[in-house]
Ligand binder design. Structure first.
Ligand SMILES: O=C[C@H](O)[C@H](O)COP(=O)(O)O
Ligand SMILES: C=C(OP(=O)(O)O)C(=O)O
Length: 344
């Protein structure tokens, strides 16, 4: 493995990529704090398996981000690590050649290079942090991070995020429980001391000061969706009880769509209607979206059989549907602003 310093020297972030990342981290924190009335929209494929298709998607998303930037802050999902329920392909970082050879150094280089290019195009990057060593290599390119439904209870991940510089969304657990995500926010907001890696690859004692921008991501679960008015109000009440800011993000995919990509637009339509009517607790949404609709199985070692721009993990909405969903959200923010203005 290269050391974090070596990888960063080989693939440095451009001045524009650094600026994009710093600005998006600040803007997301302000949206979550209620000082900016835009919505955060985190959109992109469930996983990146083909860097060319990811860059093709990023180029389109950058245009949509520019069109809606006065109402939305668009961030691209560049998910290179995948947590699996049992077994399966664990993402570009783990197996970049999609053939079971697990070229980890190559995967790290590909992942960092891709994130650096996307941030350099002015589009902020989002990812899930899974392996605790990986942020040393990638975190400077990331504007928003997730701790997933399968790791939100893990102390290792809570400690890790206590030292990261970007806002972190903690998903509710796969069974739908929100309490663990609230606990994770509190844990990650505190100072921790734990084993880590320095830039030269040495094991060191890591001391963190706490992450002030943790928040809940409602992704639905075993007991059904939780994007509706009532579950959102319940989650906000839990945050209030824990004396945390009452803002959260709703994931339109996963348990909120029962992994059926055709249900994601229904979730967004409902949220957009509520936001237009004045809803303030929902600070952002997540959409699993790619170029082609649905998903395909990944035949290891047979990339020639893959459909271009289609997910190899969870099903995604296609590009035209994404555009409609994003414009609906932007219109909802416009309506909410007009109503605030009319109310004086
Ligand atoms: O978001 C992606 C998946 O839902 C998650 O990685 C679990 O995938 P699996 O249940 O197909 O393993
Ligand atoms: C794995 C993901 O989500 P969750 O942790 O909610 O299953 C994801 O967003 O890719």
């Amino acid at each position: 493995m290269p050391t974090p310093d070596e990888l960063r020297a080989q693939l440095p972030l451009s001045a524009l990529a650094r600026k994009t990342t710093a600005r998006a981290r600040r803007d997301i924190a302000q949206i979550l704090g209620g000082e900016d009335d835009r919505l955060v929209v985190i959109a992109g494929p469930c996983s990146v398996h083909d860097p060319e298709a990811a860059l093709d998607y990023a180029a389109r998303l950058a245009v949509l981000a520019e069109e809606t930037r006065d109402r939305l802050l668009m961030v691209m999902r560049v998910y290179v690590e995948k947590p699996r329920t049992r077994i399966g392909w664990k993402g570009l970082l783990s197996d970049p050649q999609l053939d079971g050879t697990h070229d980890l150094p190559g995967g790290l280089r590909l992942a960092r290079g891709l994130m650096a290019r996307i941030a350099d195009s002015g589009l902020p990057v989002a990812c899930e942090f899974l392996d605790p060593l990986v942020p040393s290599y990638l975190a400077d390119a990331v504007s928003w991070g997730a701790i997933g439904a399968r790791t939100v209870q893990s102390q290792v991940h809570r400690q890790l995020t206590s030292g990261l510089g970007m806002p972190i969304g903690f998903k509710n657990t796969t069974d739908g429980g929100v309490a663990d995500a609230v606990d994770a926010i509190v844990s990650a907001s505190g100072a921790h001391v734990f084993p880590g890696l320095d830039g030269s690859g040495r094991a060191v004692v890591t001391t963190t000061r706490g992450n002030p921008n943790g928040h809940v991501v409602l992704r639905g679960g075993g007991d059904g969706p939780n994007y509706g008015r009532e579950p959102v109000a319940e989650a906000l009440a839990r945050l209030a009880e824990a004396r945390l800011p009452q803002q959260l993000i709703v994931d339109a995919s996963h348990g909120n769509s029962n992994k059926d990509h055709e249900r994601q637009p229904l979730v967004i339509t409902d949220l957009a209607r509520r936001i237009a009517a004045g809803e303030r607790g929902v600070a952002g949404v997540m959409i699993e979206s790619f170029l082609a609709p649905g998903r395909q199985d990944l035949p290891l070692g047979r990339t020639d059989r893959l459909t271009y721009g289609q997910s190899v993990t969870d099903a995604c909405v296609d590009w035209p549907t994404t555009v409609d969903m994003v414009r609906d959200l932007a219109d909802a923010v416009t309506t909410r602003r007009e109503d605030v203005f009319a109310a004086g």
